[in-house]
Design a protein around this ligand. Structure first.
Ligand SMILES: [Zn+2]
Length: 219
């Protein structure tokens, strides 16, 4: 064991200097003074890998649909850009432990607005409402669920933003009913996913959602 003449203390391990007074230590160094820790289990890594796989599936599917329907414009570029930026935000926020939920909601809003504006300015072929919006909303919902699971969030931390993502999934329903949507399948699937997600949240987290709503109204 190492010894500090200055402080008169024994020091374990293989340090060069005393951790208290920084003077050189005398005596025998000890290797492996601390027990080896078993590697921590990493559910986060598995979840992120599954999410990455899901992203690839979405990206490939979008490109395939777009490739077979070239007349609808090259909207899949936006989907790819959106997925890439989602991962960027996810990466930054998971690392920084910031507020990834709000980031997801903001991204959903900005990407929808930007693609809609782009579609409108280029003669409104309708791809922003036909494809981008109904593909993005379930992606945002999935991202919200993944982040909530990966960061082991409490219901109060994720329920509000998750609800916003889920309820925005009903916007395509309004668009469908108004007859604005040209290719209906993506919107129908998006509304279906959103309704199932809504039922899931109400059934499993209904009480927490009510508590959260009450708290927000008091603020
Ligand atoms: Zn010392």
């Amino acid at each position: 064991m190492l010894f500090c003449e200055q402080c008169g203390v024994h020091v374990r391990g293989s340090l060069q200097r005393c951790p208290l007074c920084q003077s050189p230590l005398s005596g025998q160094k000890e290797e492996n003074a601390y027990p080896a820790l078993p590697p921590a289990k990493k559910p986060l890594r598995l979840i992120l890998r599954l999410a990455a796989l899901a992203t690839v599936v979405v990206a490939v599917t979008c490109c395939a649909i777009n490739f077979s329907l070239p007349k609808t414009g090259w909207w899949s570029v936006f989907v790819l850009a959106g997925l890439a930026s989602t991962w960027l935000v996810l990466g930054v926020t998971v690392r920084k432990r910031g507020s990834p939920m709000k980031a997801i909601v903001w991204q959903l809003v900005t990407i929808s607005a930007v693609t809609f504006a782009w579609d409108l300015c280029t003669g409104f072929a309708g791809w922003s409402l036909d494809f981008v919006l109904p593909i993005f909303i379930p992606c945002a919902q999935l991202a919200a669920v993944i982040v909530a699971l990966a960061l082991s969030m409490r219901p109060a931390e994720y329920l509000f933003c998750l609800s916003v993502c889920i309820l925005s999934g009903l916007i395509p329903l309004v668009l469908l009913l108004c007859g604005v949507v040209g290719v209906i399948y993506p919107s129908v699937i998006c509304v279906g996913i959103s309704l199932v997600a809504l039922a899931g949240v109400l059934l499993f987290k209904g009480k927490e959602l009510r508590d959260d709503a009450v708290r927000r109204m008091h603020l």
